[in-house]
Design a protein around this ligand. Structure first.
Ligand code: 5GP
Length: 138
């Protein structure tokens, strides 16, 4: 399917809607997930417009993993997490809800993720406070 430039992450990249930013470089952006599955749930997205891993360029895919590794280290430290889960969904049939490629970075383990996927908006002040701790851990 053709990439939809009106998706929510494309709007975040263009600065049309806000996000709680954790990290940015030439090719990627990382920010807090607005409906976290665990405290410290972060997202990493490429600046390139691609819906899934299958359309993403190899360079952007590599840049996303590089950033996910940086963010994972910061999340682990900031949240004092015993482990880190990294996952990403490709296509609505796989459960992808935002059609711009992204990597999920979560503290702890799948078993400890009490909250459902993209199910409940988090309090913004709480997200800001957690983001502050993660940014300080880079
Ligand atoms: P997906 O289901 O596509 O793998 O994941 C999309 C993720 O984006 C979900 O975890 C959901 O909570 C998050 N999300 C959806 N809309 C927004 C938004 O407007 N801002 C932020 N920061 N996260 C969002």
């Amino acid at each position: 399917m053709a990439y939809d430039p009106q998706n929510i992450f494309a709007k975040i990249l263009r600065g049309e809607i806000p996000c709680i930013k954790l990290y940015e470089d030439e090719h990627t952006l990382s920010f807090m997930d607005i409906m976290p599955q665990a405290d410290g749930h972060a997202l990493v997205i490429p600046k390139e417009g691609a819906e899934t891993l299958l359309e993403l360029s190899d360079d952007s895919a590599a840049a996303c993993i590089k950033t996910a590794k940086k963010v994972a280290a910061a999340v682990k430290k900031a949240m004092d997490a015993p482990g880190i889960v990294i996952f990403q969904l490709n296509g609505a049939a796989a459960g992808q809800t935002v059609p711009h490629y992204h990597v999920h970075v979560l503290p702890s383990s799948l078993g400890a993720m009490g909250k459902g996927h993209a199910s409940k908006m988090e309090d913004q002040a709480k997200l800001q406070a957690i983001a502050e701790k993660i940014r300080a851990a880079f």
